[in-house]
Ligand binder design. Structure first.
Ligand code: AMP
Length: 370
């Protein structure tokens, strides 16, 4: 959708409606999974399955293909990892499952989740993500791993260099499928799928569902079960949205500074357009005494992860980000999203503000306009 944004689209009261959190009647202890996995889930503090986990587990253990309509924050990662780990504990197959996802941040989150869910099981993961040194990947690819987590471009690169053989994988997970399409990975994905000659189980997760995804979904899934835990069309009812008008001649930065200096601005994600602007704004905030960090495409993977951790754990109050770098940010308690510039499209706006008001909380989204 490429239509210019109108200010009236950016103003909306959060509905007083309480966001009711799903509560499964089952605990993990009562589910048909191994004691070892139960122990790992318990150690992570997971007591009951989230909605997507609850509604998909038995289908996945039965090897049904699944179309999961679920956003980040719903527990979709564990939803697909639990059945994979169950299988792996029995078969211990190398190169069993391939998880394709759009961003480095998401890849790291999935790998962390896998590691913490398989402690002491002797199962291994490898991740191959764009923007890192390919020689390291080439070396790592010689080692056996049970699951591979990858972004499509880098994975294809390794396939073309014969470091990875796609026909060894049986299970394919397409995570954040809609974002992968948005980011132009369609051709890469098709090529990877075509190379997976022994694929017999496919799981596809998408936050949204629209026409442009249909043909590929039909092509890749066989008789899937659809499990939907969000409407697929985000309502953002629990996010209060407003504009901040900065009249010409007024100092926009000062307005921002006054805002983020307030105590109730606890965890603030600020969007800027370009990498350069992101860096500059972050430096200005720090100089003004507001602890801030930034993420953008020019930063190394390590530096991005450090910034994300600092934000997640509250060592910095503000994270300044570009659209692309913000994808896959998994921080549940962001109190404010601030668009320092008007986003280019409504889609991008919706995606940005969806970073707040997560996990049943209400959030605030503010957009600077002239
Ligand atoms: P995801 O949608 O996979 O990004 O997960 C969102 C967050 O929920 C992550 O921080 C997970 O660690 C957490 N999570 C996933 N499943 C559960 C569960 N059953 N109980 C509690 N937390 C969970």
């Amino acid at each position: 959708m490429v239509s210019p944004l109108k200010p009236e689209q950016l103003v909306k009261e959060a509905s007083g409606k309480e966001v009711v959190e799903y509560k499964s009647e089952r605990t993990f202890d009562s589910l048909p999974i191994s004691d070892k996995l139960k122990a790992c889930l318990k150690a992570k503090g997971y007591e009951r399955p989230s909605e997507i986990q609850d509604k998909s587990l038995e289908y996945l253990l039965d090897k049904r293909d699944i179309l999961g309509i679920a956003e980040t924050g719903t527990g979709k990662t564990a939803a697909f990892l639990i059945p994979i780990i169950e299988d792996l504990q029995i078969h211990r197959k190398k190169s069993f499952a391939l998880i394709l996802l759009p961003t480095r941040e998401l890849a790291m989150q999935v790998e962390d989740e896998f590691k913490s869910m398989t402690k002491g099981m002797g199962l291994y993961s490898a991740s191959y993500i764009g923007g890192t040194n390919i020689n390291t990947d080439l070396k790592n690819a010689r080692r056996d791993s049970n699951i591979v987590i990858a972004t499509p471009g880098r994975l294809l690169d390794l396939v073309q260099r014969r470091a990875i053989n796609l026909s060894r994988f049986n299970t394919l997970i397409l995570d954040e499928f809609d974002r992968m399409l948005d980011m132009g990975f369609v051709k890469d994905m098709k090529q990877i799928i075509a190379g997976m000659k022994n694929r017999n189980h496919t799981l596809l997760f998408s936050a949204t569902l629209d026409k442009k995804q249909e043909s590929m979904i039909n092509e890749v899934l066989t008789n899937p079960v659809t499990v939907k835990v969000s409407s697929g069309e985000k309502t953002n009812d629990h996010i209060s949205q407003d504009v901040v008008r900065v009249p010409q001649g007024e100092d926009k930065f000062q307005v921002l500074l006054n805002m983020v200096s307030q105590e109730n601005y606890e965890k603030v994600l600020v969007f800027e357009e370009t990498k350069h602007q992101v860096r500059k704004l972050c430096a200005k905030l720090n100089a003004a005494g507001i602890k801030s960090d930034d993420i953008h495409g020019n930063k190394s993977q390590n530096a991005r992860q450090n910034a994300l951790n600092a934000f997640k754990h509250g060592y910095v109050k503000v994270l300044v980000a570009t659209d692309v770098a913000s994808r896959g940010i998994d921080v549940n308690d962001i109190t404010h999203v601030i668009n320092y510039q008007l986003p280019m499209t409504y889609d991008s706006y919706i995606h940005r503000i969806g970073r707040t008001g997560r996990a049943g909380k209400t959030g605030v989204a503010l957009t600077f306009v002239n």
